[in-house]
Design a protein around this ligand. Structure first.
Ligand code: PLP
Length: 226
């Protein structure tokens, strides 16, 4: 099942779009099944669960952190995380920079933008993001690399709404690419699209899709840790 799901998603991906298998709440056995199908990029949203899985699973897995990250937990993932999708404040970015320096790394990061109508989702507004970029604060951070943007659309059946949100994120990405990240080849990732909406996200320019349920089935939130 997991193997077939991975294969069928991989087959539909245009060039330049990578699949992140979101394995939160799923067992190491399931992750290994995906791994055996060739999957190497996995996404998690809890620090403790991620560090446990990182310790026991194959070393060539690229672990992506996709959830809200508390500043006091950054140190646990700084030594190995491949990409943090969910930078939602300058304060967090500064802590990632500090912890990356301690382990002598430059950690790739995405700025999470609030594009959905729901209040519950994290992320910068455009204004906040532009304010941070124009303040010049980022140029002092030598141990983080901003590689692009991430966003989550509203959880709705209204596909026009979802498309509009992804489209506006892509437009904002292009604006930043031409201004603050001009001549910065690393600024190239647009992380958007989940099980329910990834085909739309790809049409709207996503380069990283984050898929859990469609690969691993429903999550069992009653299981505390794995
Ligand atoms: C859980 C999660 C996903 C995967 O969601 P599915 O609907 O299971 O594909 C993607 N992105 C983020 C940020 C998540 O927390």
């Amino acid at each position: 099942m997991i193997r077939e799901a991975i294969k069928s998603i991989q087959q539909t991906l245009p060039e330049g779009v990578r699949l992140i298998a979101v394995s939160k709440f799923h067992s190491e056995t399931d992750i290994l099944e995906a791994y055996k199908a060739g999957q190497r990029l996995f996404g998690e949203n809890h620090v403790q669960e991620l560090t446990q899985k990182h310790e026991s699973l194959p070393a060539d897995i690229e672990w992506h952190f996709i959830g809200h990250l508390q500043t006091n937990k950054v140190k646990y993932i700084a030594p190995f995380v491949s990409l943090i999708h969910s930078i939602d404040s300058l304060k967090l970015l500064k802590v990632v920079d500090k912890e990356a320096a301690k382990v002598n790394r430059i950690i790739p990061c995405l700025l999470q933008m609030h594009i959905a109508q729901e209040e519950t989702k994290f992320g910068f507004s455009r204004e906040e993001c532009l304010e941070m970029l124009s303040s010049g604060a980022l140029s002092e951070l030598k141990h983080v690399q901003i590689c692009g943007l991430m966003g989550m659309a509203t959880n709705t059946d209204n596909t026009a709404q979802v498309r509009k949100e992804f489209h506006s994120l892509h437009t904002f990405f292009e604006e930043l690419k031409q201004t603050y990240f001009h001549e910065d080849a690393a600024f190239k990732e647009l992380s958007m699209g989940m099980s329910e909406d990834y085909p739309i996200a790809i049409e709207e320019g996503s380069t990283l899709i984050r898929i859990g349920t469609m690969i691993f089935g429903q999550r069992d939130y009653s299981k505390k840790t794995l």
